[in-house]
Design a protein around this ligand. Structure first.
Ligand code: AHR
Length: 650
C-alpha cells in the first residue's frame, strides 16, 4: 500500500463522524442508563404496556399478613395516578412494610444514595399522636436479608392524611454488598401501626450519577460511551419517538419538569417508559459529554414495528399542530429566557440556552406513504423558525420505490439505516463514492443514523421474518463488517457526515433486539463491551484530520480493506486495515516520506463468530509488534479476521 503524503489529494475528515444513537429499547433507559434504581417507582406498570395493566412488579410485602395493593383513589398527581396501598394487619407485630427488587437487582456500594418517596397515611385509621413516628429506609440482601445500611426517616410534625408527604434522605452503606441481588426496603413498627393503611408513590433511589447530575445517568454506562469519543447524540428514537399511536408518541412536553408531573407512556418496545430521562435530561447528557444534540422530532406518523397496532398518519389538516409542537420544542432548548418555552427551561434549572445544530424530521419514514407531503411542510416551517439548523430527512429516494420520492433540498441531510450482513457492507464499500453526483443530490449529505451487522452471511441477506442467522451478540465478523462500512464512510467525508451504531444498549434481563453495542445488568461486573464497541473505539481514537490517498499495486479491496488519515499536526498517519478472511496477510506499506516509528493496535480473533460475553471479554484491542520501519517502508502482518490500526510517525 502506497500512501501519498506529498502529492495525493486530501480531504478534511468529517469532524462529527462517530456518534451515538439512543432510544429506550432493551431497557436501555429505564433500568439502564437512567440511574433510577427503583423499578416501577410510580406504579405505572411493567411489561404488558399495551394491555394497559398496571401492576406491582418489583414489590414484595415485609411482615406477616401485610397486604400490598394497587390503588387509584389516592393519586399523587394528575400524572401519577396509581399508588401502592399497604395494609398492616390488626394483629401485626415486628417489622412491616415493603421492598423493591430494583431493576433485577440493586448495586450496593459504599456510595451515598439519595432515597425518597411520597407517603400518605390513610385517614380513618391514622392516629398521628399515638402511631409511628417515621419510616426506616434500608438496603438489604435479597438472598440473606442482611442489612447493608438502614436509616430512620422521621415524619414531619405536620404529616397529614389529606396530602402526600415527601420524605427524603441519603443512605451510605459502609461496604459493598457481595452481589447485586439486593433490595430497597421501607419498613416501620408493626405493633404501633397495627390496623393502619398507608399509600406510597414515586419511590426513588439514585446512586451518584454521571457528572453528579440530579436525576442523571448511570455513571459506568455513561463513561463507556465517553470511551468511544462520540461527537453527537441522536435521541429519542427510533421507533420509540413515533409511539404505538399518535397519542402515545414521545411527547416532549410530558417529559419535562418535576417528576411528579411526568406521566410516562407505553414505549414502543413493550415496556412502560417513565420519561424520567426526558427532553431536558437528554440535552444535559449532551452538555455533560460535550457532544452535539441531534434531535428527532415527531413528524405526524406513528408506527409499531411489531405490527400489533396499525400505523397511523396525522391527517393534513391536523399537521400544523405537530409542526408547532416541534417549533416549541426547539424554543424550549434554544430560546432565551424571554421566550415562553425558554423561560420554562430556565424554570427547570437551565437558563442558558442549548444549541441544536441537527434536527431529524421523523424516523424511518420509508415505512409511510405520506412523507412526501409531511416532510416539506415540516421543513419549511422549521427552517423559517430556525434557519441555521441542518435538517435531516428520514426518507429519500432509494428505499421504497413504490412510494413517493422525497426531494431533499441542498444543505440538508438524509438519514439511512442499515441492519445488514457482512457481505452487504463489502458489496456496498463504494456506495458513498460520488454519491451526490450519481444521485443528482448536490450538497445533500448523509447521516448513517443506524447501522450494524445484524446477521451472518446467508443467501438472501438478513432474514427478518424468522431471524435465521441473526446474531445474539456482535461477533468478530460483525466488527469486521462495520469496520468496512466505517472505512467506506471515512473515505467520503464530503458525503457522510455522521454515523451511529444501533442499538446502543442491552439489559441482560430484558431485551427486544439483538445484537447490541453494550450489554449490562444491575451488577457492574456484567458490563460487556462488544467487538463492535471496540471497533468504533479504535476508529474514533485513531481518526485523523485529513484523508490520504492510498494506492495498491496488487489489486483491489477484498479480503483486505483499508483507508488512511493524518493527524492535525501532520505527525501521525493512521492506516486502518481490515482483514475479512481467516488467512493472515503481509502488507507492505510505503510512504513518500521516512517513517520514524510504527506501532499497531489490533482487534482480532481466530474464530470469526467469537464474541465478548460476561466473564469472557477477551476480544479487545491489543498492541501488536511491528518490524522497525526501513526508511519509507514498513511491513505489517494483518492477522486473519482482524481490524488493525497502524500508527506511523513521520
Ligand atoms: O434500533 C432499533 C430500531 O430499528 C429503531 O427503533 C428503528 O429506527 C429501526 O427500525
Amino acid at each position: 500500500l502506497k500512501i501519498n503524503l506529498r502529492n495525493g489529494a486530501r480531504n478534511k475528515t468529517s469532524p462529527l463522524l462517530h456518534g451515538l444513537f439512543f432510544e429506550d429499547i432493551n431497557h436501555s433507559g429505564d433500568g439502564g442508563i437512567y440511574a433510577e434504581l427503583i423499578r416501577n417507582r410510580a406504579f405505572q406498570g411493567s411489561d404488558d404496556v399495551t394491555g394497559g395493566t398496571k401492576d406491582l412488579v418489583g414489590y414484595r410485602p415485609i411482615g406477616n399478613g401485610v397486604k400490598l395493593e394497587l390503588d387509584i383513589t389516592q393519586p399523587l398527581s394528575d400524572a401519577l395516578r396509581y399508588s401502592l396501598k399497604v395494609t398492616v394487619p390488626a394483629n401485626a407485630t415486628g417489622e412491616v412494610g415493603f421492598l423493591n427488587e430494583g431493576w433485577w437487582g440493586i448495586n450496593v456500594q459504599p456510595y451515598t444514595y439519595n432515597a425518597s418517596l411520597y407517603v400518605k397515611p390513610h385517614m380513618p385509621s391514622f392516629k398521628p399522636a399515638s402511631t409511628i413516628s417515621g419510616l426506616t429506609f434500608s438496603l438489604r440482601s435479597n438472598l440473606t436479608d442482611e442489612v447493608f445500611v438502614s436509616k430512620e426517616v422521621p415524619f414531619p410534625p405536620n404529616i397529614s392524611a389529606y396530602r402526600y408527604t415527601h420524605l427524603q434522605t441519603t443512605l451510605t452503606p459502609p461496604k459493598a454488598a457481595p452481589n447485586s441481588n439486593n433490595t430497597f426496603a421501607v419498613t416501620w413498627n408493626g405493633t404501633a401501626a397495627a390496623g393502619q393503611t398507608f399509600f406510597f408513590n414515586l419511590i426513588s433511589l439514585f446512586p451518584p450519577t454521571y457528572k453528579d447530575r440530579p436525576n442523571g445517568l448511570r455513571k459506568d454506562l455513561a463513561e463507556v460511551l465517553e470511551g468511544i469519543k462520540p461527537k453527537f447524540l441522536r435521541f429519542p428514537g427510533g421507533n420509540n419517538l413515533e409511539g404505538l399511536s399518535v397519542d402515545t408518541r414521545w411527547d416532549w412536553k410530558k417529559t419535562i419538569g418535576p417528576l411528579v408531573d411526568r406521566p410516562g407512556r407505553p414505549g414502543n418496545w413493550g415496556y412502560w417508559n417513565t420519561d424520567g430521562l426526558g427532553y431536558l435530561e437528554y440535552l444535559l447528557w449532551c452538555e455533560d459529554m460535550n457532544i452535539e444534540p441531534l434531535l428527532t422530532v415527531y413528524a405526524g406518523y406513528s408506527l409499531d414495528a411489531s405490527g400489533a397496532h396499525p400505523a397511523h398518519t396525522v391527517p393534513p389538516e391536523e399537521l400544523d399542530y405537530f409542526i408547532q409542537d416541534a417549533i416549541d420544542q426547539l424554543e424550549y432548548a434554544m430560546g432565551d429566557v424571554t421566550t415562553k418555552w425558554g423561560a420554562l427551561r430556565a424554570q427547570h434549572g437551565h437558563p442558558e440556552p442549548f444549541s441544536i445544530k441537527f434536527v431529524e424530521i421523523g424516523n424511518e419514514d420509508w415505512f409511510s406513504d405520506s412523507y412526501a407531503w409531511r416532510f416539506p411542510r415540516f421543513l419549511e416551517a422549521l427552517k423559517k423558525a430556525y434557519p441555521d439548523i441542518t435538517y435531516i430527512s428520514s426518507q429519500a429516494v432509494e428505499e421504497n420505490p413504490t412510494k413517493q420520492n422525497i426531494t431533499i433540498p441542498p444543505g440538508n441531510m438524509w438519514d439511512l439505516h442499515h441492519y445488514q450482513t457482512p457481505q452487504f457492507y463489502k458489496d456496498n464499500f463504494n456506495y458513498f463514492d460520488n454519491w451526490q453526483e450519481i444521485n443528482g443530490y448536490p450538497n445533500v449529505t448523509i447521516f448513517v443514523g443506524e447501522y450494524s451487522v445484524l446477521s451472518r452471511d446467508r443467501p438472501g441477506g438478513v432474514d427478518w421474518v424468522n431471524g435465521e442467522g441473526r446474531f445474539a451478540y456482535p461477533p468478530m465478523i460483525a466488527a469486521i463488517g462495520e469496520a468496512i462500512f466505517a472505512l467506506a464512510m471515512e473515505r467520503n467525508p464530503h458525503v457522510v457526515k455522521l454515523s451511529s451504531y444501533a442499538p446502543l444498549f442491552q439489559n441482560w434481563n430484558a431485551y427486544q433486539w439483538t445484537p447490541n453495542f453494550i450489554a449490562f445488568s444491575a451488577n457492574p461486573k456484567d458490563l460487556v463491551l462488544s467487538t463492535s464497541y471496540y471497533q468504533q473505539k479504535l476508529f474514533s481514537e485513531y481518526y485523523g484530520a485529513e484523508t490520504l490517498t492510498v494506492e495498491n499495486k496488487n489489486g483491489d479491496f477484498n479480503p483486505l480493506w483499508w483507508g488512511a488519515t493524518i493527524s492535525e499536526d501532520q505527525s501521525r498517519i493512521f492506516l486502518k486495515i481490515v482483514n475479512s478472511e481467516k488467512d493472515r496477510k503481509t502488507v507492505k506499506v510505503e510512504l513518500d516520506k521516512a517513517i520514524r516509528s510504527a506501532n499497531a493496535t489490533v482487534l482480532r480473533h481466530r474464530d470469526e463468530y467469537a464474541f465478548n460475553f460476561i466473564g469472557n471479554s477477551t476480544i479487545v484491542p491489543r498492541a501488536q509488534k511491528v518490524d522497525r520501519p526501513r526508511g519509507r517502508k514498513v511491513e505489517f502482518v494483518a492477522e486473519g479476521w482482524s481490524v488493525n490500526v497502524l500508527e506511523l510517525r513521520v
